[in-house]
Write a protein that binds this ligand. Sequence first.
Ligand code: CMP
Length: 139
Amino acid sequence: MAGHHTLAIIKPDAFAAGLAGRIIAHLESEGFKLVAARVMRLTRAQAETFYAVHGERPFFGSLVEFMTSGSCMPLLLERDDAVAHLRGTIGATDPAEAADGTVRALYAESKERNAIHASDSDDNARIEGDFFFAGCDRA
Ligand code: CMP
């Protein structure tokens, strides 16, 4: 099933703004099927582990604060060419640079509060999918 799954997170900005339903509908309209989903508030340890690759970046502390500031919604998604298609669907990290009609162009506030995360490779999709959904039932 390599290439068919990816991991998204509806981030605390979008979740708190009541945008989860619209974002999921947007993803479904792009052909993604929901395989697993949860609503949760990340612990500091979870956020630090999830974003460990950014540990030396100047924005790391702020990113962890933001990601632990409220509920978020990890989603395991299935579609052909899932990683690349989801990254195209959500748009550039900075909403000011995101293409018209992408999730971030529509719903993100800033480069940090950017509404949604998506895995950037098949390897990371597996790692990030297991991070949130190891041992969970999957459709
Ligand atoms: P995400 O795709 O979840 O991956 C890392 C996150 O770090 C990114 O989305 C943004 O939320 C955040 N990020 C990346 N670059 C910056 C930056 N220059 N300033 C603040 N936050 C950033």
